[in-house]
Design a protein around this ligand. Structure first.
Ligand SMILES: Nc1ncnc2c1ncn2[C@@H]1O[C@H](COP(=O)(O)OP(=O)(O)OP(=O)(O)O)[C@@H](O)[C@H]1O
Ligand SMILES: [Mg+2]
Length: 258
């Protein structure tokens, strides 16, 4: 079976894309799966975390056909294969064809290909259209939720709404305030959000901040639950459409210049 491509995407920065990608990569590797993690974030957060030795070859070389993905990959002790990000991706639109060509050489020898992304619409088109499953991380505040809904809207425009597997709540602090608790309840009750929350933990910060260590056992359990849910759940398309409408409604309600 060809590898399953999972894209972690949002139009907003700092909502937990890299943390979620790292969590899923660590969980998949710990479950004995062959994992390739592609870092399309120009600041290279994921590959910094997964790869200590700096190498000359980056994802920009792969995207521009100077080297194949298979040759560019470096093996991390956790068993995740990755390639360093590159800052030129800041300005570069990424197309579906380009991404398909990039992943093609490893489709048959990996179980999972995870794609971490840059929060910029032209950079999301290829990663979203090439994905078998799309995951959208969010924090529990109104701006982040609106960005999550706009990201779902982008998937709809690209014709890949049905590939969205859900919204992952990341970086939530316990105990939740009443407002965030009701937001979380609203998201999970209609099947939009995963049941698994990547709760705030300094362990995640340590694991994803450049050391590339395996998360501790509790974090790993959380990540494995998320991976399991991702493999088995469907999101009601109606709930996704309502979510988009909510963000568009807010936009429509903002003052229109005369
Ligand atoms: N579950 C978590 N526990 C602790 N910290 C978290 C968690 N999720 C996210 N964070 C923290 O929130 C910040 C943003 O997370 P992250 O880098 O994963 O977001 P991002 O969407 O990849 O951001 P960017 O758009 O800048 O690439 C980081 O400092 C990260 O350590
Ligand atoms: Mg990131």
């Amino acid at each position: 079976m060809p590898a399953e491509i999972i894209t972690i995407a949002s139009l907003k920065g700092g909502v937990g894309k890299t943390t979620t990608t790292y969590a899923l990569a660590a969980a998949a590797a710990a479950s004995g799966l062959s994992v390739v993690a592609i870092d399309l974030d120009p600041t290279g957060g994921l590959s910094n975390a997964l790869e200590k030795a700096k190498r000359a070859v980056t994802i920009a070389d792969v995207l521009h056909g100077r080297i194949g993905l298979r040759q560019a990959l470096v093996e991390h002790p956790l068993g995740i294969r990755t390639v360093p990000g590159h800052r030129s991706l800041n300005h570069e639109p990424l197309h579906e064809r380009q991404l398909r060509d990039v992943v093609e050489p490893v489709l048959d020898d990996a179980d999972v290909i995870l794609i971490d992304t840059h929060p910029h619409e032209p950079s999301l088109i290829g990663p979203m259209t090439v994905a078998d499953r799309i995951v959208i991380p969010t924090a529990l505040d109104l701006l982040s939720l609106r960005a999550a809904a706009l990201s779902v809207g982008l998937a709809q425009e690209l014709g890949v709404l049905h590939r969205i597997r859900g919204i992952v709540v990341s970086n939530a602090k316990r105990p939740l305030s009443r407002l965030t608790e009701s937001l979380l309840y609203g998201l999970t009750a209609n099947g939009l959000a995963f049941q698994t929350v990547l709760w705030f933990s300094s362990g995640w910060v340590a694991a994803t901040s450049g050391k590339g260590e395996m998360p501790g056992p509790m974090l790993l359990e959380e990540a494995k639950r998320l991976l399991q849910e991702l493999a088995t759940r469907d999101v009601p398309v109606d709930a996704l459409r309502q979510f988009i409408a909510l963000a568009q409604g807010r936009r429509a309600a903002s003052p229109v210049p005369a």
